[in-house]
Structures are given as structure tokens and as C-alpha cells.
Write a protein that binds this ligand. Structure first.
Ligand code: APR
Ligand code: PHB
Length: 397
């Protein structure tokens, strides 16, 4: 058996694991990341693209903000479409100057992978059978197989950054965890295309045919989504069918100017809300998608991962620098306060913007009216805006 030793063993090289690794490395705390997939696989997964101010600041703090600051698009607002109407949510004015950054998760991941390589910190890709051990003891470790050999990685702490399907959460005895879950009766069909965005801001459209979202990755690359039933098959959606359906769900002023083009990627993602409590077990901490999932409507998934990373990083910093081990106990409760607020916002935006087939006529009208009320009232727009730009991170005292 090969053996290795580090301070913090990180399972998973997604945005959570890589960002935590970079912050710890910069602070002089050693990490090893163990990842199941290849670097190319991790790099190419297409996910979200809206960064809250808090995440933007954290990426800069980690020293990986340069390309984001030159290539990312600062958005000071977004559009809500209701049938033929369009309402501007002026994030900047409604939040006292806050904005969001449009910069794809693929780019964030690429920047973090490059920085880790420059730092010379170890990431073991294509590791199989990864298992955390001894989390309740003072000497936890992670075992895995790589290139036909068994490895043992000894550490002080384990960060479970291995996403929703990861091993970290599944290694915690089920009777010590409480699971909260809601599965929605629809998914999002998304396409990526090299076409100019239909609007210079994101457009969230509620329509009787179903929700649509016009997002972007740059001024030349678009990411558009359609609400589809959960059993829908991507093979049944030609590019042409996608563009036609999208136009039907947008106000005609937008539909008329929409530029279509061949898709570079097309996939269907289910919508789910999921939280596990607590987010820690002994010396192992769950971070990001390993602990919670939100439906994508409020663009909170990646941003919540970043706030978990910030909390764990700031706690570990105080543990290693000042011996403040009592803070470790607080990780889960601090994270969960913010997690639940983002869960609520994502669920609420999802319920106001989508059509639910199983809803009775009364519920349908109530949700239409709720969206109209919120976008037509200054107080309502403020509520949407302050959640969208991201609620503050809690300080670790
Ligand atoms: N062993 C090792 N690595 C694993 C294992 C395992 N058993 N299971 C999963 N992984 C790896 C995955 O291959 C992936 O690279 O863990 C990583 C988890 O990454 P993500 O799923 O991207 O999760 P996270 O880093 O928390 O990113 C936050 O929020 O809403 C989302 O789109 C957003 O993906 C983003 C996420
Ligand atoms: C995206 O660009 O992929 C995106 C943007 C906003 C969302 C969800 C996804 O709310």
C-alpha cells in the first residue's frame, strides 16, 4: 500500500474542492485532492454561470480572479418576462450598488485547476473506490485505488467536496443524518450555442407553455433553457424544435430578434431541492453539492458551494493558526443558516416562474399573481434583488 500524509484531505476536484484547496494552500495549509474523474471530464462539465459578489470576492482572495475580471460580464440587472410584458429588476439600484458576474463554471474550474498546478499542490485524478475512514477519531484517513495500487492518505480533517453522488455523505451513518428533499415534476432542457444573446441581460420568462431562461456565457455565446416534463428525452429535441419553442415562450419583441444557430451542447437536467443535516460528521465536513442541491432558477448552486468553502476555510484558518478547535463544531449550523435561505429563494423562484401540471386552476392563478405582485412592487423587487445578488456571508468570530 502507498501512503501519503497531508493536513486536509479533499474528496472531489469540482469548484468546491478546488477553491477550498487554493485558499488553504495560500494560507500555508497542506491539501491533497482525490478525484474520481479525469481532468478533462471535470473541466468540460457544463454548469451554471452567475457568480454572486461574495463568490467573486472569494475567487479574487484565492488569487484566481484575473481572467474573470477581464472576461466576465458584470450584470447590474435582469429581466422578468410575463407573457408579453417585460420587467427590469435593477439589481444595482435595488441593493445599494451590488451586481453579479456572468462567468461560466467551466471557466472558474479551469482557472482553479491552473492555479493548483502552478502551486504544485497534489491532485490525484482517476482515483477509484475512494473511502473516508475514522472520521470520529483523531486520525482520519482516506483510502482509494489508483493505477492498480491501493493508497492511504492520512490527514487531520476530510472535506467532502464530492457532489451530490459522492461518497462522503454516503459514508455517514444514515441514522445521524436528516434529509430534506423535494423533486419537481419537470426538468430544464439546456442548449449552448455560439449566437449573440437575445438581450444584454438574462431573461427569466414565465409562460403558459412553461418557463424559459435566456442566459449567456459571453457576448457571443448563449445558454438557453426550456422547462420540459421530467420524462422528456433530449433526442426528441432537434435544434429547430428548441428554437421554435423558445420563441413561443418569449415576448414577441424578443422572439423577433432572437438569433438561432447550431447547438454545441444539449442536455436535460432534473430539478431538485435537497439538504442534509448536519453537514459534518466528526472530522469530516460536507461542502457544496455533497450537502445540498437547489433547483437552478435562482442560480444559487455554485454560489452556495462558495459560501460553504468560505466558512470551512475561515474556521480551519483559525484552527491551524490559533488552535480554535471549538469552532469546528459550528461549521454545519453556520452553513445551514445561509443554505436554507438560498433553498427558500430557489424553491420560491421555481414555483413562481414554472407551470405545474398538477396545480389546480386556483393555485395557478395565485402563483401568476404572486409573480406580478413581486415584480410590480418596489418592495417585491427589492426582496428578489437582495436574494439574487446573494445574502451576506457570516463572519467567523
Ligand atoms: N470519489 C472522488 N471524487 C468524487 C466521487 C468519489 N466517490 N464522487 C464524486 N466525485 C467528484 C466528481 O467527479 C466531481 O468532480 O467530486 C466532484 C464534485 O463536483 P461538483 O458536483 O461540481 O460539486 P461541487 O464542487 O460542490 O460544486 C458545486 O454547485 O450547483 C452546483 O453547478 C454547481 O457543480 C456545481 C456545484
Ligand atoms: C446559466 O447560465 O446556466 C444559468 C443562469 C441563471 C440561472 C440558471 C442557470 O438562474
Amino acid at each position: 500500500m502507498k501512503t501519503l500524509k497531508t493536513q486536509v484531505a479533499i474528496i472531489g476536484a469540482g469548484p468546491s474542492g478546488l477553491l477550498l484547496g487554493q485558499l488553504l494552500h495560500n494560507a500555508g495549509i497542506a491539501t491533497v485532492i482525490v478525484e474520481r474523474q479525469t481532468p478533462a471530464y471535470v473541466q468540460e462539465r457544463i454548469r451554471a454561470g452567475v457568480l454572486e459578489q461574495g463568490m467573486v470576492d472569494l475567487l479574487r482572495q484565492a488569487g484566481v480572479g484575473q481572467r474573470m475580471d477581464t472576461e466576465g460580464l458584470v450584470h447590474a440587472g435582469f429581466q422578468v418576462a410575463l407573457g408579453e410584458r417585460q420587467v427590469h429588476i435593477d439589481l444595482h439600484a435595488l441593493t445599494g450598488g451590488k451586481t453579479v458576474m456572468i462567468y461560466g463554471q467551466t471557466e472558474v474550474t479551469r482557472d482553479l485547476m491552473a492555479a493548483r498546478q502552478v502551486a504544485g499542490a497534489l491532485t490525484l485524478y482517476e482515483a477509484s473506490n475512494v473511502v473516508p475512514h475514522g472520521m470520529k477519531s483523531a486520525e482520519p484517513f482516506v483510502t482509494f485505488e489508483k493505477d492498480g495500487e491501493t493508497w492511504r492518505l492520512d490527514c487531520d480533517y476530510i472535506a467532502g467536496c464530492d457532489g451530490f453522488h459522492g461518497v462522503a455523505r454516503q459514508s455517514i451513518p444514515a441514522d445521524t443524518l436528516k434529509v430534506f428533499e423535494r423533486v419537481y415534476p419537470f426538468g430544464w432542457l439546456g442548449i449552448l450555442a455560439d449566437t449573440p444573446p437575445v438581450h444584454d441581460e438574462l431573461v427569466y420568462a414565465r409562460h403558459a407553455r412553461g418557463f424559459a431562461l435566456c442566459s449567456m456565457r459571453s457576448t457571443t455565446r448563449t445558454r438557453y433553457y426550456l422547462q420540459v416534463p421530467s420524462n422528456e428525452k433530449v433526442e426528441d429535441w432537434s435544434d429547430q424544435r428548441f428554437w421554435e419553442e423558445l420563441k413561443l415562450r418569449l415576448p414577441s419583441a424578443l422572439a423577433d430578434t432572437l438569433v438561432s444557430g447550431p447547438s454545441i451542447e444539449k442536455s436535460i437536467a432534473p430539478l431538485r431541492s435537497f439538504v442534509v443535516e448536519p453537514m459534518q460528521y466528526g472530522r469530516m465536513f460536507l461542502v457544496g453539492d455533497a450537502a445540498h442541491i437547489v433547483p437552478p432558477t435562482g442560480a444559487k448552486g455554485l454560489n452556495l458551494a462558495a459560501s460553504d468553502v468560505s466558512t470551512l476555510f475561515n474556521i480551519l484558518l483559525k484552527v491551524y493558526r490559533d488552535g480554535r478547535t471549538e469552532l469546528l463544531e459550528k461549521y454545519s449550523e453556520i452553513c445551514l443558516r445561509r443554505v436554507w435561505k438560498a433553498e427558500r429563494f430557489s424553491w420560491w423562484m421555481t414555483s413562481m416562474l414554472h407551470t405545474f401540471d398538477d396545480n389546480d386552476a386556483f393555485s395557478q392563478r395565485i402563483s401568476e399573481s404572486e409573480l406580478e405582485y413581486f415584480v410590480d412592487s418596489e418592495a417585491g423587487r427589492k426582496t428578489i434583488a437582495e436574494n439574487y445578488v446573494g445574502l451576506p456571508y457570516e463572519a467567523i468570530e
